[in-house]
Design a protein around this ligand. Structure first.
Ligand SMILES: Cc1cc2nc3c(=O)[nH]c(=O)nc-3n(C[C@H](O)[C@H](O)[C@H](O)COP(=O)(O)OP(=O)(O)OC[C@H]3O[C@@H](n4cnc5c(N)ncnc54)[C@H](O)[C@@H]3O)c2cc1C
Ligand code: SF4
Length: 857
């Protein structure tokens, strides 16, 4: 039992649920100066920072999961928020005003926000569960990042999936799985796909579009059972038919997580009942927001309403506007389903005799449009496949505007408003980007404040950064707001948004003026002064420029760089000692084993880069672990040179044509720890059989015999997969070593912040790189090599800071440590429930037992 938070005069605000509504409410509170009024503690039973749940569909379709974080773990630390990530609140005692968590934590609160969202609904069905907590292997929900990762992993080994539920989520799941080569069937119990948004005719058109993608649709089929023999082998339907499959995804509805509200005596109907200030009707100090809240009888399942709720909540709780009131949301939805544009609002077909119904359908092109008009006002609209009129219709729907006499103008651009005029006529309050809650007024204000390019406005407001369905409209509005004078985005070429210079110009300016620290760069070169979002990128650039003369300011570092280890989802760290070329010895292994015993390291893992990863190290133990290991850092955490993977080459392999191990170790010795715009993974293979996968590394070297080496650049085999481009075939190991360095230095000096080589190489172009780095067309190679030499000479093992901390608090723990809830301690075996504590079960979605750690090695 712990309640160790200091009493500093501020009220204690506890937030249960670290999802889209909870985190947004906290952002809004901070924006209103809430940090002065509240100490903030958040509990989230997902072991991550807050991410954009909408983007899970994109992740399932193969996009990078790292891109979806809205508030990464560092954000909480930076905003002085205590986050219990991976910890579930199991009880609220409203009388003693305390929350109880499943890790034993008990905290008092002054104000409480419940933002627990929803979970997948698993209809009662034979064969779905192994026991009351464990789904049959092969059955998944689609709600969380863990669900998504579990599906992705399972999809690699399996061929045929059935998605139960033909709504938005079902189609997104089907599309995502199909991208991984699975045969996918969507099963819908009713007669229409997306029946909440579409009528029969539109649904039939969508069905054709979906089937054209190669997804089979089964309508009017009620699934009664999952067939399994240990794992899923099929699904059975009420009509006696069945489909063989090895994977089943449930997308047939969601249920609000209201268990906490029920057990703490709050009024719960379909969700926690709130007043217009988003407070529970029974308790003025408890607020509910998002999908777990019921307001005036409505429970919403989309993000747009929760942005409005979060704003009202923040206005009220901070006192910024005590009269703020939420009056409900009119839902006009814009979606991109399986790559198809869809917009829907209000009624999908006429309900009264006098209702006008105008529709157009062109099944061959997958286009359907309809409007429902009552008493001269728009009360419903559906646009499928062509959403060109969405701005105008949304406006008419929201405002009850008079409609054109020629009703057909509601569906087509005739003499009616063009896209631009549509933008002009929209009211400022109309929500343009549903995913991120951005209104036309926000976009216009952004333009008025001086941002005149589309990408600048998108970056500043986040509009268009969700499902992407609103991008066209954002362009129209920016175009209109700038009076047709949209700036070609010069800032797209700037290295950081706060300084109007591309990278080479900025480097030259820093060199000329001797600017060695981030603050010095801001004060001399940034017109508007310091900008938090630019700090890390500038720090990286200055390190490349000044090496050991760089003046380090710790606030310009990611948490990983501050403590030279990779933060894990529970707030502990992973430690990867340097093992050059992946070659170790008994003495090192013995030391690693001793350290693992001494510090009770919960997991030791061999990484994809052939290194040994000690996972679950407490921050305050880092100096001790490093001292006892007595090995240099393996750089598994930074934006820097990482590892060189090698095969056994000529030492042991009968096919070996070159000493890959030796070259790999030399490379790691020479280039260890070099800072760079993004991580750099390398490999050397002893022959074209390529056992160390050199063709899919940032830099890969392959021996081809007679001391000749091929040097590949720009390869990747992560979320993006790209075969590297052959930069040159050179003779002599030293030449290969040097050419790798020349390329890496050019990349360090010219790549954008966080631009991996797989983007950089195609952007610059292989021919250009060959001309610059191999033919030395512009005479830059000697300079690059010289600067690389200075950089390698300046190498200093960062783990030495274990002995000489830079600040007294460098290794003090600031994040609460929690037992690793989903990273099972595996002594050669896998925990059957994924390590999920039993206490978490009552409200758990129950789906997926995937574990995920980011070793970064
Ligand atoms: C795949 C997918 C695609 C979607 N696409 C769209 C779309 O295109 N457009 C759209 O508008 N909406 C979309 N949505 C819906 C949208 O994501 C939700 O409306 C939104 O996330 C709701 O936010 P929330 O904070 O209420 O709930 P959530 O985002 O679910 O957050 C709730 C959080 O609380 C945590 N929690 C629950 N109980 C506890 C507890 N007792 N203790 C601690 N933590 C707890 C949960 O683990 C979760 O992290 C999509 C949803 C999914 C799953
Ligand atoms: S890449 Fe060639 S040399 Fe290296 S291990 Fe494989 S077969 Fe042997």
């Amino acid at each position: 039992m712990v309640d160790l938070l200091p009493d500093d005069g501020r009220q204690h605000l506890v937030v249960i649920g670290n999802g889209m509504a909870g985190a947004r409410a906290v952002e809004e509170i901070l924006e209103r100066g809430g940090a002065e009024r509240f100490r903030i503690t958040m509990f989230g039973d997902e072991p991550y920072g807050n991410y954009n749940r909408i983007m899970l569909s994109h992740v399932l379709a193969g996009e990078d999961a790292e891109e979806i974080y809205l508030n990464p773990l560092g954000w909480y630390a930076d905003n002085d928020i205590t986050l219990y990530a991976g910890v579930r609140v199991v009880r609220i005692d409203r009388f003693s005003r305390k929350v109880f968590a499943n890790d034993g934590t008990i905290l008092g609160y002054d104000k409480l926000i419940i933002a627990t969202g929803s979970r997948t609904f698993f209809p009662p069905m034979d064969g779905m569960w192994v026991d009351d907590k464990t789904l049959t292997p092969g059955v998944f929900g689609f709600r969380t990042l863990d669900d998504t990762n579990a599906m992705l992993e399972y999809a690699q080994e399996h061929r045929r999936a059935v998605v139960i539920g033909g709504g938005l989520l079902g189609l997104e799941a089907a599309y995502g799985l199909q991208q991984h080569g699975l045969e996918v069937h969507v099963v819908q119990s009713g007669p229409v796909l997306m029946n909440q948004q579409l009528d029969e005719e539109a649904g039939a058109i969508l069905r054709r579009v979906v089937e054209r993608l190669g997804i089979t649709v089964h309508l009017g089929k009620r699934t009664t059972a999952v067939r399994s023999a240990g794992t899923v082998s099929g699904v059975l339907f009420g009509d006696g038919s069945s489909i063989d499959c090895d994977m089943v995804v449930l997308t047939a509805g969601i249920r609000p997580n209201v268990g906490l509200g029920v057990v703490s005596g709050l009024t719960v109907e379909r969700a926690i009942v709130t007043d217009d200030q988003m407070r529970a009707v029974d308790d003025p100090d408890i607020y509910a927001v998002g999908e777990c809240a019921q307001h005036r009888g409505e429970v919403y399942g989309l993000v747009a309403p929760l942005w409005e709720q979060a704003t009202v909540l923040a206005d009220h709780i901070t006192g910024a506007d005590p009269k703020a009131a939420y009056h409900g949301s009119r839902i006009a939805t814009k979606l991109k389903v399986a790559g198809v544009d869809l917009a829907s609002m209000g009624l999908k077909h006429p309900e009264k005799e006098d209702d006008e119904f105008v529709r157009f359908s062109e099944p061959r092109r997958g286009v359907y449009k309809s409007v429902v008009i009552r008493d001269g006002k728009l009360v419903g609209a559906t646009l499928l496949g062509d959403v060109g009129k969405v701005a105008f219709l949304t406006q008419s729907f929201d405002r009850g505007l008079p409609l054109p006499e020629e009703r057909v103008e509601l569906l087509f651009e005739l003499a009616g408003p063009s896209g631009e005029q549509g933008a002009a006529e929209m009211d400022d309050s109309v929500q343009v980007c549903n995913c991120n809650g951005v209104s036309k007024g926000d976009l216009v204000a952004c333009v008025r404040n001086g941002t005149r390019s589309v990408s600048g406005v998108m970056a500043a407001t986040r509009a268009g950064k969700g499902c992407g369905a609103c991008k066209g409209l954002v362009c129209d509005i920016v175009d209109w707001a700038t009076g047709g004078d949209v700036e070609v985005d010069v800032s797209a070429g700037w290295y950081v948004p706060s300084i109007p210079m591309d990278k080479p110009t900025l480097m030259a300016a820093c060199r000329e003026r001797g600017l060695r620290s981030v603050s010095a760069v801001f004060s001399e070169l940034a017109p508007d002064g310091e900008d938090a979002g630019s700090k890390m990128a500038l720090a990286s650039l200055l390190k490349v420029l000044w090496n050991d003369e760089y003046v380090d300011e710790r606030d310009a570092r990611f948490i990983n760089d501050r403590v030279h280890a990779n933060i894990q989802r529970d707030g502990t760290f992973s430690v990867v000692p340097q093992i050059k070329g992946g070659v170790t010895n008994a003495e090192q292994l013995r030391r690693i084993a001793d350290v693992a015993d001494k510090y009770a390291i919960p997991m030791i893992k061999i990484t994809g880069g052939q290194r040994i990863d000690l996972l679950g190290v407490r921050k305050e133990d880092l100096p001790g672990v490093w001292a006892d290991l007595d090995m240099p850092s393996g750089y598994a955490y930074g934006k820097s040179f990482r590892t060189v993977k090698t095969c056994v080459g000529t030492d042991f392999c009968r096919f070996g044509l070159g000493d890959s191990t030796g070259l790999g170790r030399d490379m790691e010795q020479r280039y260890q720890g070099l800072d760079s715009p993004a991580k750099m993974k390398l490999a050397v293979a002893g022959c074209p059989r390529n056992c160390s996968e050199a063709l899919v590394k940032d830099v890969g070297v392959v021996a081809v015999g007679e001391d000749r080496w091929e040097v590949y650049v720009g390869g990747a085999a992560g979320a993006s997969v790209r075969k590297g481009d052959l930069l040159a075939t050179v003779t002599g190991r030293d030449t290969a070593l040097r050419l790798c360095g020349t390329f890496m230095q050019y990349y360090r000096e010219n790549a954008r912040w966080l631009e991996r080589t797989y983007d950089f190489v195609p952007r610059v172009g292989l021919d250009e790189l060959k001309a610059l780095l191999v033919d030395d067309r512009d005479g830059i190679v000697a300079g690059l090599d010289e600067r690389m030499q200075v950089a390698t000479d300046a190498y200093r093992d960062p783990w030495r800071e274990g002995r000489e901390p830079v600040t007294s608090g460098q290794f003090a723990n600031s994040l609460p440590l929690v037992p690793l809830p989903r990273v099972p301690v595996r002594n050669g075996s896998v925990a059957s429930n994924g390590g999920l504590p039993a206490a978490a079960a009552p409200f758990a979605s129950g789906a997926g037992t995937a574990d995920r750690t980011e070793s970064g090695a």
